[in-house]
Design a protein around this ligand. Structure first.
Ligand code: F6R
Length: 612
């Protein structure tokens, strides 16, 4: 999705902007641009294509301004082209704007502006914004120092949809104005500068102190200061938060790709997720969460709502909560949940899982749940992200910045956090079972077991080399292993572009087995001892029809005729996804490498899906 960067300080802005854009490249984009305030007014440079190409264009220009805004665009309205790239500027060239989000009523606003004499050079929704600001600016008869802010606020009041905006104006040549609604934007500060970005890792090497804006809050940024205003333009006091992420965590540190680095970081990220929340005596303490026994007993249902990989973590969470706490739990895809009028009330707890905390559908589902009276709990990896500011409670995964588009360490941290949450619920409900005690021990053992699981890398790489040219690859599993099959299949398709499906193994005979023919690849996950025999029979059925198989297990399977087998350390089947997903992550990674693809930035995908 679109990425935003900004700088205001004493240094030349353009190298800082390019550096920030490069760090946001992982979000996915098709064009890039910057605007700075120079002696003669606002200068805009933009092009279709990579940030490196923009950098070459910049080399030939004398751009020395110390205030600038920049953008990587992921086309929504209008094809990828130089005209459609941001920044966009108004007809009189007094306002330059970069925008992340979608303006839903832009047709209406464009018609209005056309009737008032404005012209347009692009097909974007964004181009209306600087012109609408100009419209309100020219209508305002007062000439005080808030005139630009008033014009921006009047324009924003007209916008329907989502937006994070950085605005430069020739009327305020030593300031920048920022505002957001349902789209991410953070402001990093030092004593003499402000850095603006769509996400924290892009500017983490400059500062760890961040201001976080709520919807419709305006920031007027200068070199050494930042003033904030609410929707009615009343001044508000805002404290900055210190983000304790290590800047080097957002670098590759010798790995070829962020995805590989993040796969190998999992022993550490799981340790961080567990933190001091669990003790070997079975006690469990989750900071800032104070749900009491009466409330948990009153629940008629828990919903877990998320998208993509985060939803797969939710599926594991459902099994844990139902098995350990006996509370009916449903999992839903946020984009479905928000439009299907779900039956929820004050006796429903809705848990939202989102690595980025900025996923538009998940945020909308959260707002809907609140409006129906449910309590909401966000599980996120990004401190201060939108979802955490909307939810009644937030629990952080603490997995550290995840840069690769394909989620790996965030998924395993989400699964473990769901297990910790289930234990917390059980303890609060005074359910004193051996399951809880044993599970606690198994969770604490996981980091070392992940290190062992990673040792299968050579076997996985060799298997990937054999099958990377396949057209279709199928994944099978039952119960919690089916959830992992879904995740393995998603990982494969997103970074290898191989068609892949995951099936509940018991469903094979109800249709999918028709797809199995000679030499097709089937990967089966079997960690649940209770379901082992059943899944083995299903795998035999595909072998009989000529499939080549890779079995991933933590059980002793005795004699078998699978082509390949990866044996993982044994653990409680409830948390086995954390181990069994590791060979699947490595498999997707090495297939993508073998095909020579860009692992970290797969086509058409974005890290943070901030529009629906
Ligand atoms: C897949 C992947 C996506 C995300 C999904 C939700 O590897 O990363 O499926 O899981 O877009 O994103 P978050 O967790 O940021 O809400």
């Amino acid at each position: 999705m679109c990425g935003i960067v900004g700088y205001i300080g004493n240094k030349k802005a353009s190298p800082i902007l390019i550096n920030g854009l490069t760090r946001l490249e992982y979000r996915g984009y098709d064009s890039a641009g910057i605007a700075t305030i120079e002696k003669n007014g606002i200068v805009v440079l933009k092009n279709k294509g990579r940030v490196s190409e923009l950098e070459k264009i910049l080399d030939g220009e004398s751009i020395n301004g110390t205030i600038g805004i920049a953008h990587t665009r992921w086309a929504t309205h209008g094809k990828p082209s130089t005209e459609n790239s941001h920044p966009h500027i108004d007809n009189k060239k007094n306002f330059a704007v970069v925008h992340n989000g979608i303006i839903e009523n832009y047709h209406e606003l464009k018609d209005f502006l056309l009737k008032n004499g404005y012209t347009f050079y692009s097909q974007t929704d964004t181009e209306i914004i600087p012109n609408l600001i100009d419209y309100y600016y020219s209508k305002d008869v007062l000439n005080d120092d808030k005139k630009v802010l008033r014009a921006i606020a009047s324009a924003c009041a007209e916008l329907k949809g989502s937006f994070a905006l950085e605005i430069l104006s020739t009327y305020l040549p030593d300031k920048m104005i920022v505002v957001r609604k349902d789209s991410p934007l953070v402001i990093g500060r030092t004593n003499s500068e402000n850095y603006i970005s769509s996400d924290i890792p892009a500017i983490l090497s400059y500062t760890k102190d961040f201001y976080l804006l709520n919807d419709y809050e305006y920031g007027i940024l200068s070199k050494g200061s930042a003033e904030f205003f609410d929707q009615n333009l009343k001044p508000i006091k805002k404290d900055f938060v210190n983000i304790d992420w290590n800047a080097s965590a957002a670098e590759k540190e010798g790995f070829d790709d962020f995805m590989l680095k993040e796969i190998y970081e999992q022993p550490k990220s799981i340790r961080e997720t567990i933190g001091s929340r669990l003790s070997s005596d079975g006690s469990c303490n989750i900071e800032d969460l104070n749900l009491n026994k009466e409330y948990l007993q009153s629940l008629n249902k828990i919903y877990i709502v998320a998208c993509g990989t985060a939803m797969h973590a939710g599926l594991a969470g459902k099994t844990m909560i139902e098995k350990i706490c006996n509370i009916p739990t449903e999992v839903d895809i946020a984009s479905e949940f928000r439009y299907r009028d779900p039956i929820i009330d004050e006796k429903t707890l809705v848990i939202f899982i989102s690595q980025s905390g900025e996923t538009a559908d998940t945020i909308a589902a959260l707002k809907l749940s609140k409006s129906k009276g449910a309590k909401t709990l966000a599980i996120s990896n990004v401190i201060g992200s939108s979802i955490t500011r909307e939810a009644d409670y937030t629990v952080y995964t603490h997995a550290g910045p995840e840069i690769a588009v394909a989620s790996t360490k965030a998924y395993t941290s989400q699964v473990i956090l769901m297990a910790i949450l289930a234990i917390y619920f059980a303890n609060t409900l005074q359910i004193n079972s051996d399951l809880v005690k044993n599970l606690t021990k198994d969770i604490l053992n996981l980091p070392l077991q992940i290190e062992d699981a990673l040792k299968n890398v050579d076997a996985i790489r060799n298997f990937a080399k054999r099958v990377y040219n396949e057209k279709d690859i199928f994944f099978l599993g039952r119960g919690i292993d089916y959830n992992v099959a879904l995740e393995g299949s998603l990982k494969l398709k997103e970074i290898s572009y191989i068609h892949s499906e995951a099936y509940a193994a018991g469903e094979l005979k109800h249709g999918p087995i028709a797809l199995i023919e000679n030499d097709v690849t089937v990967i089966a996950i079997m960690t649940d001892p209770i379901l082992l025999e059943k899944t083995i029979s299903n795998v035999q059925e595909v072998i009989t029809r000529g499939a080549k198989t890779l079995v991933i297990t933590n059980q002793n399977l005795g004699d078998h005729d699978f082509d390949n087998m990866i044996t993982l350390p044994n653990t409680n089947s409830l948390i086995s996804p954390v181990l069994s997903v590791i060979p699947l992550q490595l498999f997707a990674y090495y297939i993508s490498k073998q095909k020579g693809l860009d692992v970290d930035k797969p086509r058409n995908l974005a890290k943070s899906v901030t529009v629906e």
